[in-house]
Design a binder for this molecule. Structure first.
Ligand code: ADP
Ligand code: 5GP
Length: 194
């Protein structure tokens, strides 16, 4: 008899912008034992720096984003910053989990709690904390990708986002990068073996 196809699990990572989520996720995706596939979100913002369509995001016009909301094509979406929407397309979740890989999502705090509610025990939510808000600001500035306006929006929102940490399944502080990567890897290893 054929074995049932194993459906991948969902790992949700959230943190204030600049904490180090993308850095941590790129290390995790390179670990073959975790079988991770990155969930490429759609966004209505324009590409930044070296960002490429279909790699960091699917870059949609605001009109196309709204058309897809109307058509019910998103698992979740949020207006994370005023005037800018981000969302996870249903077909992206299917593409990765349907192939048996575990889906790792980098989404905002509200989207994270929404996905956790929808997927229950098939998903784990992990909040990444910066050591403190000053460190966050210097990381954001050091990344050198955001305008002063975009930096201001992100720093302003960080305190609000930190208030959601207790509603996540787990939280990890990203002070020393190697230590944080190890901690998140261990959490994921246990979760995917359950
Ligand atoms: P996010 O995806 O959460 O917005 P990034 O992964 O882009 O954040 O990280 C923001 C900046 O901080 C990057 O320049 C990254 O190299 C740096 N960074 C990430 N983690 C650490 C760490 N533990 N210590 C020092 N710098 C870090
Ligand atoms: P950035 O513009 O810096 O790439 O991302 C801004 C924020 O949008 C980050 O907090 C990121 O986690 C969030 N984000 C990215 N994709 C999604 C998504 O598909 N859904 C939701 N809800 N948030 C997202």
């Amino acid at each position: 008899m054929d074995q049932p196809v194993r459906k991948g699990k969902i790992i949700i990572l959230s943190a204030p912008s600049g904490t180090g989520k993308s850095t941590i996720i790129s290390r995790l995706v390179a670990m073959p034992e975790l079988h991770l596939g990155f969930s490429v979100s759609a966004t209505s913002r324009s590409p930044r720096g070296e960002e490429t369509d279909g790699r960091e995001y699917y870059f949609l016009t605001p009109e196309e984003f709204d058309r897809r909301i109307e058509a019910g094509l998103f698992v979740e979406w949020e207006e994370v910053y005023a005037g800018t929407k981000y969302g996870t397309l249903r077909e992206e979740v299917e593409r990765v989990t349907g192939s048996g890989r575990n889906l790792v999502m980098d989404i905002d705090v509200k989207g994270a709690l929404n996905v956790k509610r929808q997927f229950g025990d098939s998903a784990i939510s992990i909040f990444i904390k910066p050591p403190c808000l000053d460190t966050l600001e210097s990381r954001l500035r050091g990344r050198n990708t955001d305008s002063e306006e975009s930096l201001r929006k992100r720093i302003e929102k960080a305190g609000y986002e930190m208030g959601f940490a207790d509603r996540f399944d787990r939280s990890v502080v990203n002070d020393d990068l190697d230590t944080a990567v190890c901690e998140v890897r261990d959490i994921i290893s246990v979760f995917i073996s359950e």
